[in-house]
Design a protein around this ligand. Sequence first.
Ligand SMILES: *Cc1c(COP(=O)(O)O)cnc(C)c1O
Length: 454
Amino acid sequence: MSDDIRFDLPQGAIPRQWYNVQADLPRPLPPVLHPGTHQPVGPDDLAPLFPMQLIMQEVSQDRWIDIPDEVREIYKLWRPTPLLRARRLEKTLDTPAHIYYKYEGVSPSGSHKLNTATAQAWYNKQEGINGLTTETGAGQWGTALAQACNFFDMECVVYMVRISYEQKPYRRAIMQSFGAGVTPSPSDSTNAGRTILEADPESTGSLGIAISEAVEVAATSGGKHKYSLGSVLNHVLTHQTVIGQEALGQMEIAGEYPDVIVGPTGGGSNFAGIALPFLHQNLTAGRDTKLLGVEPAACPSLTRGVYAYDFGDTVGMTPLLKMYTLGHGFVPPPLHAGGLRYHGMASIICELWDQKLLDMVAIPQLETFAAAITFAKAEGIIAAPEAAHGIAGAIREAQAAREAGDERVILFNLCGHGHFDMSAYDAYLGGELSNYEYPQAEIERAMEALPQVG
Ligand SMILES: *Cc1c(COP(=O)(O)O)cnc(C)c1O
């Protein structure tokens, strides 16, 4: 075991392939269904929205998918990302646990999202697409896609949840600096937006509504624009596996192997990114690492939702995905981790949870911010509020290790910095935040509105 606290890999160690867990799933993923016919969708159904190479990755059963050279060249701007041992945090917590974290906040966009944004923009460009539409809530995804489109001289159209648009002007300005067009959602530029505004002119928006708008613009662009999603889909999770692959090599340099891996889960992509390469070791190399996802108690899709077919958006335009869902009519609770306020979850994460190959825990908001402050004081990094859920999960593990008196090795994904989320920290420090448990009655009501799939 090393005395160092930072474990770097040379750029030559940037992975050359992504890991596709579909090759190793004990049972195949449930099919994606057409919203009208409820029949499994084929590649042609998805072609208006996504380039064919990404559609093929979505259903690929190949264990390894080559990372295009040009994408890997761009990854060199920030990859390999550092892996650190949080020795000062261990001391603060007075725990015998060894705590490591992989830091994705060093990417130019400030989070892991650029790993897939770069890949998605490249595949679209290859197929002659010159613009992408998308939605953004907290702003991390819109920022990443704006940068990625800029790398390849593509147009970027971002629908930004109105409340974030108003509360986070600097996020908007970053996207605009990279040339993206940013529209607050709901807007009157789409049928979906107009429908919402007619019912509620004061709507502050939601991720689900913004998805409806971005999908509509791509689907009606006559092939000029396609749509890009920053989480949930299989190809997105696959692109993020560069995180876990690098971490495997870095833990080897550190001379340890994780007993538990922790990551926050919104749509599931950063958690999958760090966890799936270790799941591969569990499934094929006799390892037994616990893989722990952390969701907010205010948006507990996996721990309290039901496993059912549901729409990915609010209006009901997307294909039906089988997922643990709180219902597509989910009303976002007052929660300061915008990136975790999604009603569903990636199919891959849902299947793995259903097959008991993952662990999940829901953590309330105040514990999450307290964890973020403890971490910031010890390690000097202000985490994104989403990432703080991973910290809180890791701290719970470290406390359990202290009680059990074991030297548990914990690795968590610090998936983004919080430099544009200081208003949330400000609210926390000013005592304005409270805990919020999503009401059971709301969940039951939303379940009645699930699409009926025979
Ligand atoms: C978007 C985002 C998340 C949530 O998305 P996942 O797909 O679950 O990773 C979490 N943390 C940060 C920093 C994000 O930007």
